[in-house]
Design a protein around this ligand. Sequence first.
Ligand code: H79
Length: 481
Amino acid sequence: MRNQVLAFAFCSLICGSTFAQQKSPQRMLPAEQEMTLQYGADRLGKRHDAAMERFRDNRLGAFIHWGLYAIPGGEWNGKVYNGAAEWLKSWAKVSADEWLKLMDQWNPEKFDAKKWARMAKEMGVKYVKITTKHHEGFCLWPSKYTKYTVANTPYKKDILGELVDAYNKEGIDVHFYFSVMDWSNPDYRYDIKTKEDEEAFRRFLEFTDNQLKELATRYPTVKDFWFDGTWDASIKKNGWWTAHVERMLKELLPGVTINSRLRADDYGKRHFDSNGHLMGDYESGYERRLPDPVKDLKVTKWDWEACMTIPENQWGYHKDWSLSYVKNPVEVLQRIVHSVSMGGNMVVNFGPQADGDFRPEEKVLAEAIGRWMKKNGECIYGCDYAGLEKQDWGYYTRKGNDVYMVVFNLPFSKWLTVKTPRGLKPVEAVTLDGQKVKVVETTNNEYNVAVPEKVAGEPFVIKLKVETVEGAVDKYKAALT
Ligand code: H79
């Protein structure tokens, strides 16, 4: 201890103020003081290649959580657990052997990949993220590296393969969810404390590499890998491996996108490296929550994707949704629009039943979202952060000179306030069903946009054509000085 204190005092003397910064790798350092990292971000700023543009323009996706957990649906030995259904093995303290016996009951007789793909198409999602393997370790594809796969169930068939084909035929991109943490593999470690742990975990990482290579080569149309279960100390101590996986997949599948959650750097810093730069291609930390539309505008600097459940916290099928609040279609829409308004994507989760069908509540929700997207999808697909100050009536999204006002709250005044940055002027406003809407300038860079005469009893959209005025001065602000 005394030596450490001395070392600290000595280092403080010679390094001066930079020492404090270097000691804390969490902090964003000025460029000239950045630490050298072998496994940090390999790029600064957003990717702009065609595959990434497509990822971004898609904007709306669906998550599918389907695994053995769908069979008990949150209930074990007569007790219903309200924790996430896909974590039931953990809540009910079931051994891996006992849990994996559920494979004998895996026989989803109503499963029809084409129906799933049609449902996604009708909902207006442009991509689907499928759990190839969740924490339990059960694989939806016939992996040759483990016996815990669909091939060894009464159903036998390659579910993942059927889904990839069916979604692709509908023009829907397929993304693979993959949990690194694997409760079925005895070589998995939560931490590395002994030589034996080190050896076991090395075998585990090799097994994981093999499964990932297998997925990439069996299903080469996959567009994205979304990693989960990467928070344990064992993985944080092996940041090199997460960088290696990103590189390996990108070599096998040019254009593939990878989420930040996979990554840890040389110091075990996750998502953002020790210099504060995003690792992977997009930030994936917004799970069941969203950035604040006023305070968190920093997120518009990078790509990001949020995901959310329909009840409070159920990803896999749970038999009793009455145990928590279930979002209605407008609440789901609001989260979709909120994400796009801040330059992000939104993925809405579905947890299919063990029989291969979707629960009625999910079908109703998918249809409602689909109906709205058919009318209003123009304000979602290919849209981005608009750069206008948030107003209480709803959200802005933007595509070039089209600014979309997505109205969720009708003001008593019947006017929607719009404040534009200096030099940006609205020239025309129309609803998406073609009604012309009045715009009145109330003061410099502030406008009142009329609530259209006919509005349906649901969120509606006004398209504001804007024009950039060269050399404009902010007269109002100037007058204050
Ligand atoms: O697949 C869905 C969830 O099952 C998974 N991600 C989504 C997409 C997920 N599982 N857990 N989490 C997300 C959050 C992590 C919680 C943890 Fe813990 C905190 C892991 C370790 C500490 C809770 C407490 C679980 C174990 C201890």
